[in-house]
Ligand binder design. Structure first.
Ligand code: UD1
Length: 418
């Protein structure tokens, strides 16, 4: 298995270009199931999760062309309505085919994603919403099977604002009979991006980006050409890299308004962040000050940047309380950061991080996607050599990470293993 080796302690400087957002590309690719012609999607990142999504869609009978940033998908002849365990187990977001398949074919069978490293992550809210829309849902042999001749518009109330749940039900509702109201919907930019794509197909979705989304069902949709938004989590990771290494990075192609919560926090640490044409410029400015962080659904501080922020707090001046409210059990990076000299105590859903000034390189292990990014950041700031194993987690969500950091002056390389 590949490893990433970092000689830390160098301030990074230069320019990095942000790729398309994984979490927007995945639902947008699934939305191709709703039409029967060629859809064209631009700014698709080159990532393991995207390759898994292609495999899954192909297994359903979708024809896919293009391998680079632009891909074309045609679901005109979909022949299969089952997403197998083999594919779903490698990527939870596979559940995103459930809504569009039921809407298009009247039936879907999707393996239940099961637990995962960052908590139970159930899909009960997706299922309940489909039932509210008249689907008959059976859970059997580890699969969820949903059937409905035609889904009916309904008022759905999400107990928790679930991101993929909101996306799944939006996609189910666009071809339903009547109006669907999604209340307490998630408000992430990726949901707005999906709504734009659906509306481009002829759907009638309003309110995306607020907590009440209204979908007026239509009889049929047509293919669309659309663009995936930039990855705000990747952009945020590079902004933090400027702070943790005391460097200066121009993060190009990002959408600053998607990063408000993070940018505010980074400014509170003493970092200087300025809008520039085409992106944001971030610079460390002396020793980073500790700040408290609480993750929240958008527009709050994203849980997907919590681990990276913790790495920066590990070297900051003072005491930081980092509270995770979105997922239970999302502190697996703590043990690894402590191996590098971080001083962190977990108390329930909070981590108390006492800044230690400098970390020391060590062999560490990635446990999930964002935890891996936090360890890369820690390694870049640390004195000495850090060797990160299990980098396949990282490859799920960060395009060309070692190339992008190398171009910023980092001593980072991938070592291929057997
Ligand atoms: C998405 C993102 C992920 C991000 C997360 C929160 C994608 C592909 N993934 O994941 O990167 O970390 O949003 O911003 O977009 N929940 C339930 N029942 C459900 C669904 C969710 O209890 O049926 C709970 C979850 O356990 C969690 C919370 O709701 O505690 C939010 O999860 P959710 O927004 O659904 O996360 P994902 O959509 O899986």
């Amino acid at each position: 298995m590949d490893k990433i080796v970092i000689e830390g302690g160098k301030p990074l400087s230069g320019e990095v270009r942000i790729s398309g957002a994984k979490n927007a590309a995945l639902p947008i690719m699934a939305s191709a199931l709703l039409t029967d012609g060629w859809n064209t999607f631009h700014n698709i990142p080159d990532l393991m999760d995207i390759r898994t999504a292609k495999k899954l869609l192909k297994s359903l009978g979708v024809i896919i062309e293009g391998t680079s940033e632009t891909i074309r998908l045609n679901a005109g002849a979909i022949s299969n309505f089952e997403a197998s365990y083999e594919l779903v187990k490698t990527m939870r977001a596979s559940i995103l085919v459930l809504g569009p398949l039921v809407a298009r074919l009247g039936i879907a069978r999707v393996s239940l994603p099961g637990g995962c490293a960052i908590g139970a992550r159930p899909v009960n809210l997706h299922i309940k919403a489909l039932q509210d829309m008249g689907a008959e849902v059976v859970l059997k042999d580890g699969y969820v099977e949903a059937r409905a001749k035609r889904l009916k518009g309904a008022t759905i109330y999400f107990d928790i604002p679930t991101v993929t749940g909101t996306e799944n039900i939006m996609m189910a509702a666009v071809l339903a009979d009547g109006v669907t109201l999604l209340k307490n919907a998630a408000k992430e930019p990726e949901i707005v991006n999906l709504a734009q794509v659906l509306n481009g197909m002829g759907a009638k979705v309003t309110g995306a980006g607020t907590d009440v989304i209204c979908v007026e069902g239509v009889e049929r949709l047509h293919p669309v050409e659309a663009e995936v938004i930039p990855d705000r989590i990747e952009a945020g990771t590079y902004l933090i890299a400027a702070g943790i290494t005391g460097g200066e990075i121009r993060v190009m192609g990002c959408c600053p308004s998607h990063l408000d919560a993070l940018v505010e926090k980074l400014r509170d640490t003493g970092m200087v962040i300025e809008p520039i044409e085409g992106g944001l410029k971030a610079a460390g400015n002396g020793r980073i000050r500790s700040v408290d962080v609480k993750t929240m659904p958008h527009p709050g501080f994203p849980t997907d940047l919590q681990a990276q922020m913790m790495s920066m707090m590990a070297v900051a001046e003072g005491l930081s309380v980092i509270t995770e409210t979105v997922f239970e059990n999302r502190f697996m990076h703590v043990g690894e950061l402590m191996r590098m000299g971080a001083d962190v105590q977990i108390q329930g859903s909070s981590a108390i991080v006492k800044g230690v000034g400098a970390l020391k390189g060590a062999p560490v292990m990635a446990t999930d996607l964002r935890a891996s990014a936090s360890l890369i950041l820690a390694g870049l700031a640390a004195k000495g050599t850090t060797e990160l194993s299990r980098v396949y987690h990282l490859d799920r969500g960060y395009q060309d990470i070692e190339k992008k950091f190398s171009a910023l002056g980092a001593a980072i390389r991938r070592v291929s293993g057997s």
